[in-house]
Design a binder for this molecule. Structure first.
Ligand code: FES
Length: 182
């Protein structure tokens, strides 16, 4: 059976905070709570460490969905890491819209270390949601950029673009050329 004949199995990358959600995923495993094997967890020290570039890189490299898990508000070991994660998540959703990626392909959840059952539920829900969306098909072609990091200093300068030799740094860059075709 060729790759294209197989039923679609979503690939979901999960960025989990080690202090809460990753520990909850461990708890789910120890407690034999089964959840979709489509989710591949990456352990980070805090949800605040999730840079939107990590999410874009996951999509570029073949993920169909991305899940972010952190400590409940007020429980972050670094005080405001999860608050920062929430702010970045809102920015991320806007960036994904610009790239034509459905917002349903990303999800942020607060899951404490004791909530193995919630990891199970969220992973299963996310898998089914992404399954319903189908595989992520990024248009091949040149790099697509979102220049939200560029702050225009005046209308004339903004219209003229960056001066010679001056780089405009985009916040998000999504290269689609390397993504494996399916
Ligand atoms: S330490 Fe868990 S979200 Fe910050």
């Amino acid at each position: 059976m060729s790759e294209t004949d197989r039923p679609f199995e979503p690939r979901i990358v999960a960025f989990f905070c080690t202090w809460c959600t990753y520990t909850a995923a461990d708890l789910a495993g120890i407690s034999r709570m089964q959840y979709a094997p489509n989710v591949r967890a990456i352990r980070l020290m805090c949800s605040g460490r999730v840079d939107p570039q990590f999410v874009l890189a996951a999509f570029r490299d073949g993920a169909d969905g991305v899940l972010i898990g952190g400590c409940h508000p007020g429980d972050c070991h670094y005080q405001e890491g999860n608050v920062n994660a929430l702010r970045r998540f809102e920015l991320l959703r806007r960036m994904l819209r610009d790239f034509g990626i459905e917002e349903g392909r990303v999800r942020l959840e607060w899951i404490s270390a004791a909530e193995g059952d919630k990891v199970q539920r969220v992973c299963n829900e996310m898998t089914e949601r992404v399954r319903a969306l189908g595989p992520l098909r990024l248009e091949p072609g040149p790099r697509r950029r979102v220049g939200v990091g560029v702050v225009p200093v005046g209308a004339a300068e903004a219209a003229a673009g960056p001066a010679a030799g001056e780089a405009s740094e985009p916040v998000g860059v999504l290269e689609t050329e390397g993504r494996e075709a399916r």
